[in-house]
Design a protein around this ligand. Structure first.
Ligand code: ATP
Ligand code: MG
Length: 420
């Protein structure tokens, strides 16, 4: 039976890559002082309707919204920023005007499914509240770039400024004039009246957009000098980037700096973000400058090559009926002392190696009525590196036999040598 169109089950190697990416992100962003927030997957629709803009692709076509039994309109969140802002205003702002948050989780957009474009997908996002300096723009682009470098994803960064309410109307008028005589898709025909900037982000009208006026020629002095300082600071951080005046982002809340990250392998963006200095106030909070980005997990997972070979890993305990009680005792003792084992150092090289594998993966046969041979075959099929064998012979000698399934040799060891 199929999953809902545009959704997929995550399993096996892909699940491992998801896990790796999420774990890496948690460690990386926490180390940089970001705190995790897990906002609900459903929100009242105003959180997104008001903020993303009527002419945005998401609000026009892609939101999963429904009326709840109490008559309130609820949506499956299509993105994370507006929800993070709602949370910041409600729970953080009064105590701590400056905050660095990150989130990881599923988002929902009713898009036409294709490679790298799903109806349920995942994002890892960071948001910084209370920062208005050009250094902070450069910093957030730098840490995003470093994120991809650290996980071995080759990428390029494109930056732009979308101006502010002082300069953008002039640019909007110029665009409107430019598009007046042009043939546009149905959606952009509407966008021309409501928000002509949005046309630059259209996936259908790419040809028409080519010679459109350049937003950077229209920036007010304040936006212009902020953008120049951002570019300087990016150089200070050693970030390689290109300026792309066509990047406008699909959402209304951006002001000033915006950026997108592309892989060198496909044309869709793998991450995107920017500054949204007016959004907190717009949603009812105290005026607070802010900026952030979101990384597309599925698109990034597609590019990940986990170097940690799918090697044999861990220790699996097998036993005969005579060894069963001792095997269960050994298993229990290991589970109880896992923390000690992972902290433990020293011992012979055998001890060290077995401990190392126990910490990574450790299990026991629960089909003891099966022959030892079939238990070993199971461990082998599950890619365990070592098996512990406890049978009559081991009970008599007071040892455990360890067999290395990768290098086909075995040795005996006393339980007390291994454990504490
Ligand atoms: P696109 O231009 O590809 O539609 P977007 O501008 O709508 O992207 P954002 O809202 O900026 O995307 O989301 C940030 C990132 O989330 C994107 O760069 C992309 O990697 C990922 N993303 C967005 N929509 C999807 C989707 N439907 N399926 C998978 N990943 C997505
Ligand atoms: Mg989109």
């Amino acid at each position: 039976m199929p999953t809902v169109t545009g959704t997929d089950d995550v399993f096996g190697e892909v699940a491992e890559k998801f896990e790796f990416l999420e774990n890496f992100a948690r460690g990386y962003f926490k180390r940089l002082g970001f705190e995790e927030v897990r906002t609900p997957i459903i929100e009242y629709s105003w959180v997104f309707r008001k903020t993303l803009g009527d002419s945005s692709e998401i609000v026009m076509h892609q939101m999963y919204s429904f009326e709840d039994k109490d008559g309130k309109e609820v949506v499956l969140r299509p993105e994370g920023t507006a929800a993070a802002v709602r949370f910041y205003i409600e729970k953080i702002q009064s105590a701590k005007p400056r905050a660095k948050l990150f989130y990881i989780g599923p988002m929902f957009r009713r898009e036409r499914p294709q490679k790298g474009r799903y109806r349920q997908f995942h994002q890892i996002g960071c948001e910084m509240f209370g920062f208005d300096s050009p250094e902070s723009d450069a910093y957030i682009i730098f840490i995003l770039s470093e994120f991809f470098r650290n996980i071995g994803v080759q990428h390029k960064i494109e930056v732009n400024s979308v101006g502010c309410p002082t300069c953008r109307p002039r640019y909007s008028s110029a665009l409107k004039e430019f598009f007046e005589a042009k043939t546009l898709c149905e959606d952009c025909q509407k966008r021309k009246e409501r928000n002509p900037l949005r046309i630059l982000d259209c996936k259908k009208d790419i040809e028409v957009v080519k010679d459109a006026p350049n937003i950077l020629d229209f920036l007010c002095q304040k936006c212009k000098s902020h953008f120049e300082l951002v570019l300087n600071n990016l150089k200070n951080f050693g970030v390689k980037f290109e300026i792309n005046p066509k990047i406008v982002r699909g959402l209304d809340y951006y002001t000033g700096t915006v950026f997108e990250v592309f892989s060198t392998k496909f044309s869709n963006a793998i991450a995107a973000g920017g500054r949204y200095d007016l959004l907190v106030e717009f949603m009812g909070g105290h005026p607070t400058p802010a900026l952030g980005f979101a990384i597309g997990v599925e698109r990034t997972v597609d590019l990940l090559e986990l170097s940690s070979e799918r090697n044999r890993l861990g220790l699996f305990i097998c036993y005969t009926s005579e060894g069963k009680q001792k095997a269960f005792d050994f298993f229990t003792r290991v589970v109880v002392s896992l923390n000690l084992i992972s902290a433990g150092k020293g011992g012979t090289s055998h001890v060290g190696e077995i401990r190392e594998h126990i910490v990574k993966r450790f299990d026991i046969s629960v089909e003891g009525t099966k022959s030892l041979k079939s238990q070993v075959r199971y461990a082998d099929s599950q890619n365990f590196r070592f098996i512990a064998i406890i049978g009559k012979n081991e009970i008599e000698k007071g040892v455990i036999t360890f067999r290395d399934l990768q290098n086909s040799y075995q040795f005996e060891m006393k339980e007390d040598e291994l454990l504490f």
